[in-house]
Write a protein that binds this ligand. Structure first.
Ligand code: SF4
Length: 265
């Protein structure tokens, strides 16, 4: 793959996101005493999902131009600390107790990197007092590794939120930096989650006409409906928020957007 990709810039060379996932795992995971430790940048509760304690992971296998995540996405070697599954669970529990919430989540960058860490953490959550565990993912690894989804399906508490980035292979490359062939992977993830009966829903950055044309949005919804019409009807559509990190990444990609957003689909 050559140099480790940081962000999308004009004339960038598209990368294989599965290979980037493996390279990033070498940076953000390590084994100590037989346990897979994962890098996190923080743990605290937020108001989304009606109140949820969240662990923010470092490192991702996509390079979305609209990404809001901190610079640990681009420079995972510089940010975050390693946590064992037990220590991560302890930090999540403490954040939940402090805020009086009953749900847990991993977000920030890509939480499915470090399969052994995530599955061990889910085991701890499964036997705990907490009601639900939200897992927010770009769907790359769940699309390429059907066994991962099978193992996930053995837990009752996870609910997955798969975030689709684009409606066509070309747009997927333009917006994420990943090769157009990998466009199918998040849709494969959706099929795998359906096949194994995992609780999940789908989100996409499709309510924002500055980043997705009506034709691309229609293509995305049509592709999703071809897998399952109910999922398409329940699609959670988002717009870009002007975080500093987002604005810098858009600028690096050579994209000038008009702010504030004047209309949504
Ligand atoms: S938006 Fe999500 S999938 Fe895209 S680069 Fe950021 S963390 Fe990764």
């Amino acid at each position: 793959m050559g140099e480790y990709p940081r962000y999308v810039t004009p004339g960038f060379k598209p990368f294989d996101p599965v290979e980037l996932a493996r390279r990033t795992e070498e940076i953000v995971t390590r084994y100590r005493g037989g346990r897979c430790e994962r890098k996190y940048t923080d743990f605290y509760a937020t108001g989304v999902y009606g109140g949820i304690a969240t662990g923010y992971t470092a490192g991702c296998c996509l390079r979305c131009v609209f990404c809001w995540v901190g610079w640990s996405r681009d420079f995972p070697e510089k940010f975050g600390e390693f946590y064992s599954p037990e220590r991560a669970f302890e930090k999540l529990s403490m954040a939940a107790h402090k805020a009086g919430v009953h749900k847990l989540r991993i977000s920030g960058a890509e939480p499915t990197l470090g399969k052994d860490h995530l599955l061990a953490l889910l085991e701890l959550v499964e036997g705990s007092e907490f009601d639900m565990f939200i897992l927010e993912t770009n769907g790359i690894l769940f699309g390429v590794d059907r066994d991962y989804v099978k193992e996930l399906s053995e837990f009752k508490k996870p609910h997955v939120r798969v975030s689709l980035k684009a409606g066509t292979p070309e747009a997927f490359t333009r917006k994420t930096g990943a090769k157009p062939e990998s466009f199918d992977l998040p849709f494969n993830a959706i099929q795998n989650l359906l096949d194994y009966g995992v609780s999940f829903h789908v989100a996409s950055m499709s309510a924002d006409p500055r980043i997705m044309t009506p034709d691309e949005r229609a293509a995305l919804i049509e592709r999703l409906a071809s897998i399952n019409r109910r999922l398409a009807l329940a699609l959670e559509e988002e717009v870009i928020d002007p975080y500093d990190t987002t604005l810098t990444r858009l600028k690096l990609a050579g994209l000038e957007l008009e702010w504030p957003l004047k209309r949504v689909y």
